[in-house]
Design a binder for this molecule. Structure first.
Ligand code: FES
Length: 225
């Protein structure tokens, strides 16, 4: 018959802990360990919970509505040059919510094949440099976009052709409604012009592992996934 082991006493004194007090159930060493772990967990939570709450909250509640803004008659846009337009990307904050975009007509002879999910007939490029976000300017004589801050240069498609920018200029969805070209949300492209609906910030590479290192923001209005 197997020997029955007696249940150990809950009192530290009975278990012969050094320095035990009568009636004490937790040793001072264990008490200090639990206190230190609790304080560590609290400190981690103070940093982690707001970040998690921000991410989850944005995903669940704050995703902005997709808005489309008219930029006029399609006839004003050609395939061989860009027309600057000012659109509002953030409403309710006045002039700082506006940005300049460069728009031209899609040209099958030089542009990558149309993305069947969106089928943009007009190419609308953001003027934010993909190095640190300075405003780039289109120079028609050179058929290039130039950044005044650190010498970033982009080709006619918005691809990087010189300097420190890490990816092509971001783009905006376009469509034609009621005889007007409309501009929708912004999206990012990698060096192959593959589309990333949740746009990335300047300086964030999305080629290779960069796609996972710099995930898109949850608060991005998304279209055409
Ligand atoms: S911000 Fe454009 S090159 Fe640095």
């Amino acid at each position: 018959m197997p020997e029955r082991r007696e249940k150990p006493s809950k009192y530290t004194e009975d278990r012969r802990f050094a320095g035990a007090f009568e009636g004490e159930t937790v040793s001072r060493r264990r008490f200090m360990t639990l206190t230190a772990h609790g304080a560590g967990g609290l400190a981690v939570g103070m940093f982690a919970l707001p970040a998690l709450g921000f991410a989850a909250g944005s995903a669940l509640f704050d995703r902005p509505e997709v808005t489309w803004e008219s930029i006029g008659d399609p006839g004003q846009f050609t395939t061989n040059t860009y027309v600057p337009k000012v659109i509002t990307t953030v409403y309710g904050i006045g002039e700082v919510g506006k940005t300049t975009i460069y728009v031209r007509a899609y040209d099958p002879a030089q542009d990558p094949p149309k993305d069947p999910a969106i089928g943009n007939d007009f190419i609308a490029l953001s003027n934010r440099c993909m190095h640190l976000g300075c405003p780039v300017r289109y120079v028609d004589a050179a058929k290039r976009f130039l950044c005044p801050c650190h010498g970033g240069v982009y080709g006619f498609q918005g691809e990087v052709s010189g300097g420190p920018p890490v990816r092509p200029l971001d783009r905006f969805y376009t469509r034609v409604r009621n005889g007007q070209v409309e501009v929708g949300p912004r999206y990012s492209v990698n060096s192959q012009f593959n589309r990333y609906p949740s746009y990335r910030d300047p300086g964030q590479i999305i080629d290779g592992v960069g796609e996972y290192l710099y995930p898109g923001r949850f608060s991005t209005p998304k279209l055409g996934d």
